[in-house]
Design a protein around this ligand. Sequence first.
Ligand SMILES: CC(C)(COP(=O)(O)OP(=O)(O)OC[C@H]1O[C@@H](n2cnc3c(N)ncnc32)[C@H](O)[C@@H]1OP(=O)(O)O)[C@@H](O)C(=O)NCCC(=O)NCCS
Length: 205
Amino acid sequence: MSPLPNPIESPAERGYGRVSIREVRGKDAAILRRLLTENREWLQPWEATFPGGGGATPGSQPFRPVVRSMHRQRRSGNGVTFVMLLDGQVVGQLSVSDISAGALRSASIGYWISRHVAGQGVTPAAVALAIDYAFAELRLHRIEICIRPENSASLRVVQKLGLRYEGRRERYIHIDGKWCDHESFAVTVEEVKRGMLERLGAPTT
Ligand SMILES: CC(C)(COP(=O)(O)OP(=O)(O)OC[C@H]1O[C@@H](n2cnc3c(N)ncnc32)[C@H](O)[C@@H]1OP(=O)(O)O)[C@@H](O)C(=O)NCCC(=O)NCCS
């Protein structure tokens, strides 16, 4: 296996049908902040929080510094943050984070979309695009997605993608003010030789 790219270059936009992903840009800050604010109630139950308290409410902070820190994360090889687009409009965010090199070559994926486009299959397509990018361009070996057992919509996303269930992680992530159990799902590159998009049923070219 060739070495991990270091630093990670800004990824090219990737798309399938009406859905695409591209790296978050400074000019996305306003729309992301607006979507976070409008969707506060929708996102809050699934939002990571600081164990010591004082975490930010979705949309309450200026987003440009957040985007700059996302770009720093990419340059330092820790993660890549994408926006999800439907028909070219930003509708949510997807992050490939906690990239581990060495003998692990693994990363986590997290995501949210605006409620007004929920249920149209945007997230499964975007996650498939991101996993294909992570295996092909970042040369990772494994991707995991951890989901609260109560989050039936997100559990459907990994089910549609056919990710393998690995088990429950108790009190794993601090979410919405408390330590929450998570179900862990994963895929390694050997399982999707023809790519995740194809597994999702999308023709690849
Ligand atoms: C989880 C989430 C990203 C799924 O995105 P999506 O693009 O709607 O995904 P899908 O279109 O595949 O829909 C998944 C499921 O959501 C549910 N759903 C559909 N429309 C919905 C709506 N309007 N409102 C709520 N849930 C809906 C359905 O159960 C659907 O499964 P189905 O297609 O078998 O009916 C999105 O619900 C979301 O952002 N939720 C809040 C944040 C969050 O939970 N992030 C993930 C943390 S692990």
